[in-house]
Design a protein around this ligand. Structure first.
Ligand SMILES: Nc1nc2c(ncn2[C@@H]2O[C@H](COP(=O)(O)OP(=O)(O)OP(=O)(O)O)[C@@H](O)[C@H]2O)c(=O)[nH]1
Ligand SMILES: [Mg+2]
Length: 192
């Protein structure tokens, strides 16, 4: 895939803005602040194409990026505090509409912060992806933040947590050091 050709396509805040698409889609989901948008930028080798921030909840819309025959779909993060219950509802509505519309979702990428591991909402997300019969992988991001031994321990914990799934693919990743980028790009090529 020629990532030089990656460009922003559309932002959808409301279900009415979702459009019919014939293209294959790769969708990034996960808690707020785990690094979904940063990973997309890393793949594209562009610093600021996808919006990132230190403030959780930066991505408020579903953002579509166009790369040749694929859309990369950057989801808003979940895991908002109780104060923002309305945001949770908004997220669920938009997500439900996205996933239940007739789209060619070839791959879902669940991003986890390796320091925090699998949280309740991540399990809910997985249940939902299974229910939707979507093929998905897990990225353990921010491995630059941990020592080698901690990476091993936390990875094993996630593997145990996910042992109910058969052959789930897990990629260790860091947008800071570039670990995992080639592995992810190689995988993406198989979906073109
Ligand atoms: N150390 C480190 N920081 C990272 C890594 N990836 C992302 N970050 C930082 O984590 C913060 C959140 O990154 P985003 O890419 O905005 O996260 P997001 O998952 O898109 O967040 P939402 O849009 O709120 O759901 C930013 O400050 C990034 O610089 C990583 O691999 N290592
Ligand atoms: Mg984001």
């Amino acid at each position: 895939m020629n990532y030089f050709k990656a460009k922003f396509f559309k932002s959808c805040y409301l279900r009415e803005q979702l459009f019919e698409s014939k293209k294959k889609e790769v969708v990034f989901v996960g808690r707020s602040n785990v690094g979904k948008s940063s990973i997309i930028n890393k793949i594209f080798n562009r610093k600021h194409l996808a919006r990132t921030s230190n403030v959780p909840g930066k991505t408020a819309s579903i953002n579509f990026y166009d790369v040749e025959d694929l859309y990369f779909v950057d989801f808003p993060g979940y895991g908002f505090s109780k104060i923002a219950k309305f945001k949770k509802k908004l997220w669920e509505n938009l997500a439900e509409n996205y996933f239940s519309s007739n789209r060619r979702i070839v791959l879902a990428i669940l991003v986890i912060d390796i320091r925090r591991g699998m949280q309740d909402l991540d399990f809910e997300m997985i249940k939902y992806l299974v229910y939707r019969k979507l093929y998905f992988i897990v990225i353990l991001n921010k491995i630059d933040k941990l020592k080698k031994k901690e990476i091993e321990e936390n990875t094993n914990k996630v593997k145990t947590d996910l042992s109910f799934l058969k052959n789930i693919k897990i990629i260790l990743f860091s947008t800071k050091t570039g670990t995992g980028v080639e592995e992810l790009k190689n995988l993406l090529e198989t979906f073109v």
